[in-house]
Write a protein that binds this ligand. Sequence first.
Ligand SMILES: NC(=O)c1ccc[n+]([C@@H]2O[C@H](COP(=O)([O-])OP(=O)(O)OC[C@H]3O[C@@H](n4cnc5c(N)ncnc54)[C@H](O)[C@@H]3O)[C@@H](O)[C@H]2O)c1
Length: 483
Amino acid sequence: MRNQTVLSRREWLENSMFAAAAASALPANFTWARESNAPSEILRVAVIGVNGQGGSHLSSLAKRPGCEVVAICDVDTEVGQKKGVDRIAKETGKSPKFYQDIRKLLEDKEVDAVSIAVPNHWHALAATWAMEAGKDVYVEKPVSHNVREGRILVETARRTGRICQTGTQCRSQKGTIDAIQWIHEGKIGEVKLARGLCYKPRGSIGARGSYQPPKSVDYDLWCGPAPKDPLTRQRLHYDWHWVWPTGNGDLGNQGIHQMDIARWGLNVNDIGKRVFGFGGRVGYVDAADTPNTEVCVHDYGNKTLLFEVRGLKTGDLKGAKVGVIFEGTEWYVVLTSYTSGSAFDTNGKKVMSFNGGGDHHGNWIKAVRSRKKEDLNADILEGHLSSALCHLGNISVRLGEQVEVGQIASRLDQLPASEATRETLARVLNHLGENKLGKDTMLSLGKNLAIDPVKEVFTGEGAAEANPYLFREYRKGFEILKG
Ligand SMILES: NC(=O)c1ccc[n+]([C@@H]2O[C@H](COP(=O)([O-])OP(=O)(O)OC[C@H]3O[C@@H](n4cnc5c(N)ncnc54)[C@H](O)[C@@H]3O)[C@@H](O)[C@H]2O)c1
């Protein structure tokens, strides 16, 4: 078992660079509007990480009435300056402050709340540090890089009384909300199977080699809690998704949105009883670790969440590529985007449409003002549970045995696997064939792992090997607090 580093709150407060700010962390009933609740009060926000998705956070926040982006934080000074400070100065006429180091940003008393769009390995740490420092938080999906830190995030939000929204914006989109409500009302009958789909072809990220991070990046800070290993891929930014120390593959990239919708629609509110998966990175060799072909089966006893990732060229399933399919005992629902979907009868005739967007940051700000986590559409607990499902699926696959994909069908007898799992495997075989990959393609046949959904640990066979993957070793100076 790997060594796992957790500081107590007291130890952290003593050691923290921003101990003073944390020690004065505001009480649970603190209202961000410092002297009153008047809607005219300005919420002063910092956006952390502005290369890609952080740009969308800026678009959503910068010109919003009642809100001001007062600071930008990015470990890449060039990105932070050009895509953050210069942009906001141009758009609003007011130049925000710039911080390269999140710890310095969190000492800034002018900042009420932070919107976090950094790589996955930093999410839970940045969000817990921010809440300890008295800031409300919007944190991108997946909210965690491993299961345990997701739970710590929830515990920290509860203990500090901070408002913490997960960046799964589908939770605020009318089309998705209406569809889920319809399903929960029993309109398609009983739903025992939800299929999450991430059919998103992506190419090679280039050969493994020895590369230098951009000169404008503080690489030590960029690595943060992850090991400070030499860079072995061409692109530091974004491609961190595809290596285990920092990313969670497409399951934890695009897939987490659909995983979250699938779990929401199934109405299951823990991390399930068992997990099993299979997959691999096939079709090319590059600098990445994570599967581009993956199936995960989350067993909830009487319900199943079956997730499929396809990173090679592919068609759709029932009209969906990045979407969710809910199989009811009467009808079925297919969600084909974040904002739209349809219900069909058993003959495939459309019986209902769902459409409409929403304002996820707006929902967060509403809750920041009301101080009620119940006002959030995607409270951190929802983010934790859905992110955890992605991690569990990946753990099963990472611990698997390499077998020829053509051999997996006979091996499923030993699980035993459901009809839906077998049918999915048959489609995977077909899909690989369409990409000129034969039955001798090697995939990892994952471990079938039992879960204690209360303790959020693996139990029984394989648990000793799998449990260390629920947490990580945090690099010195970047340890996560106990919740
Ligand atoms: N909700 C959505 O639809 C959606 C869409 C895209 C991305 N995302 C999420 O947004 C996050 C960022 O994705 P991206 O594509 O923008 O990645 P990216 O690598 O392009 O950008 C991340 C930025 O964060 C900076 N950074 C890294 N560590 C930092 C730290 N400790 N403090 C400050 N800055 C730091 C990097 O320098 C970089 O500029 C990811 O978690 C991703 O899953 C969400």
